[in-house]
Write a new protein. Structure first.
Length: 355
């Protein structure tokens, strides 16, 4: 089946099941443009162009690849933003929940290398993946349903972005998400502490070095004395998720003579210590996410998955690719998928038809 037909079918289904779909997109559009522009399309016209744009961006296409893309440049520049894509991800996620009845309570965080074209001798390589510029920081549910994706700069650690990622995850899935897992590079003491304080989510990652020593009595006493201060820090992080980046960067953050950063580290250490003694199947879950990463690379197979846009625009492509996988999964669900493989499968769809 051609993927363009899949886009039309899923677009129709999501709009039927989501009351006020078009009104919500108009609201987000006005927020993004500060009310400077009005909607130029009817609901049918907007939906047709919107899903065509998702297919274009998510499959890493070029405007000249297909006639249906020739008139999308203006629409993408005016109407497509990361906020509108995450809004549609939330609508699609609600459709999954309504059909299956399964609420997302745990997510898997992972980073995968993102290929880019080296256009300058001054271009920086990502320290772990040796790819140019950025890496793809992803969040998927335990059944491999895509939830979030964003570009992680080559100079960033995952802890710098984790509060923002968890804020997006709970915005899409709701506040029932209470645990996340991932490889060791997605879990650190400061990361575990910040995410627990801001969103009440427990970090249960695969640790390369498991904590063995108990936290000292003085450190525990200091945590108890400053519970109110930690609650205020958590509230601040939940209201301004971007402050998680500043917190992860600084080694010392003093408030009334108390090193708040040390308190967050100690709280995170306690969380990781308790998780290391539990029997959660972390290794199996972390290995399973690699199949989802492979599927995303397959989705962006055009031009060997090389990203041709500037770094600040890469988020649109990454989120659109997650939407392409989600759209394929929802299409299989509403048409009666009976194969033993996962719903999130592109084997029966023609993503790209050469001219």
């Amino acid at each position: 089946m051609n993927f363009s037909d899949v886009l039309k079918e899923v677009s129709r289904y999501v709009r039927e099941k989501t009351h006020g779909w078009f009104d919500e997109h108009i609201r987000v559009f006005r927020e993004q443009t500060n009310g400077m522009f009005s909607m130029e399309y009817t609901e049918e016209e907007f939906a047709e162009r919107f899903y065509a744009a998702i297919g274009y961006l998510g499959r890493n296409m070029r405007y000249r690849d297909n006639e249906e893309f020739w008139n999308l440049r203006y629409f993408i520049q005016r109407y497509i933003s990361e906020a509108t894509l995450m809004l549609e991800m939330m609508f699609i996620h609600r459709c999954f929940t309504a059909i299956t009845g399964n609420e997302v309570e745990a997510v898997v965080i992972d980073t995968m290398g993102l290929n880019n074209r080296k256009k300058s001798i001054l271009a920086t390589y990502h320290g772990r993946y040796y790819t140019v510029g950025i890496a793809d920081l992803r969040a998927v549910s335990t059944d491999m349903k895509p939830i979030h994706s964003s570009g992680c700069c080559s100079t960033d650690s995952e802890a710098m972005n984790m509060v923002s990622v968890m804020d997006e995850v709970q915005r899409v899935c709701g506040e029932k998400v209470r645990i996340y897992t991932g490889d060791a590079h997605t879990v650190s003491r400061v990361c575990a502490g910040m995410v627990f304080l801001s969103h009440g989510v427990v970090a249960a990652g695969r640790l390369s070095k498991k904590p063995k020593k108990r936290l000292g009595k003085k450190a525990i006493a200091l945590l108890r004395e400053n519970v109110l201060l930690l609650n205020k820090v958590g509230k601040l992080l939940s209201e301004e998720p971007t402050l998680g980046r500043a917190t992860a960067l600084k080694e010392f953050i003093f408030v009334d003579g108390v090193n708040v950063r040390k308190l967050i580290d100690d709280l995170g250490y306690l969380i990781l210590l308790n998780i290391s003694r539990s029997s959660i199947p972390i290794h199996e879950i972390c290995n399973a996410v690699e199949l989802s990463n492979y599927l995303k690379r397959k989705t962006r197979i055009v031009e060997a998955s090389y990203t041709r846009v500037e770094t600040h625009e890469a988020g649109l492509l990454l989120k659109s690719s997650e939407l392409v996988i989600s759209i394929a999964g929802l299409y299989h669900l509403i048409t009666g998928w009976k194969w033993p493989e996962s719903l999130f499968n592109l084997s029966d769809m023609r993503l790209y038809i050469p001219a």
